[in-house]
Design a protein around this ligand. Sequence first.
Ligand code: C2E
Ligand code: CA
Ligand code: CA
Ligand code: CA
Length: 277
Amino acid sequence: AKSSGRGRVRYFNNAMRKKLKRQADIENDLQHGIKNDEFELYFQPIFTLNQPHIVSFEALVRWHHPKAGLVSPDDFIPIAEHTGQIIDLDLHLLHVAAAQLQQWRRAGNPTIRITVNVSSRHFASLDFVDFMRSLYIKYQLPNGTLCLEITESGLIENLTLATRIIHGLAPLGVKLYLDDFGTGYSALGYLHQLPIHTLKIDKSFIDKLTNKENPLVDAILSLAESLKLNVVAEGIENPKQWALLKRKGCQLGQGYLVSKPLPAQKAMALLIKHTEV
Ligand code: C2E
Ligand code: CA
Ligand code: CA
Ligand code: CA
């Protein structure tokens, strides 16, 4: 028993060492990746469940790693969060999103809007307000065209400062979308306190809608209604979910049923098609 225990320890150490090595590699590569412009934003439409009509795009990062190929965010965002590199990465991607927005606007799509995922770490310093203001100026963005998605966890840690930052962003029309809603703390008290614009119901709740009703979805929808918040249902994959959500009064949705996240050019083509219909 003793030797097998040691074996397990050795195995664990090996697995651990591999994991740490991988994390260290990614940490190094992230640094280069930002410098070498290896990151691309894909765009997934957010649409009204009635028409359907595209109202905005969510920007989702993809990494063209020189050796590993296309790397998905779930494989490096958590590490970047851990090392703190997420700050630089997010600021870089906000520039990329703002530049894309400016280009689309110049190409004749004046109503287009983008939401960008950012770490809640940004909501710990008022510098972020200045950064966003400088972006709006540099890329000549009309108020409210570049908005942010955040998850609830980090916000709650420093509610007072987060609230000041969100208020600081308000003159730019920057709206806050609360991501993965229902999966985090869900300490509802703060919802009342924070000037949140939209709740995004996590995909895990929408998944379960296919075969039967999900009382949690009803609860989130009525909560949003009483707090006067907009709602986006994430991860709509089939017409049943769509119909059910529409019937329940959910106004906005997102998911593979309408479109996967697309490279900028394809996203624009989709938008033009939807506008012509
Ligand atoms: P998220 O913000 O919750 O994004 C939604 C994820 O669900 C995306 O995965 C999207 O491609 C996927 N998705 C959307 N509709 C469907 C559907 O109908 N079915 C299925 N199966 N999946 C769907 P993705 O692009 O892999 O992104 C994963 C997560 O990585 C994001 O979750 C977000 O938390 C994070 N992330 C992505 N881009 C960025 C970024 O630029 N900055 C930061 N800080 N985080 C990012
Ligand atoms: Ca998101
Ligand atoms: Ca989400
Ligand atoms: Ca998520």
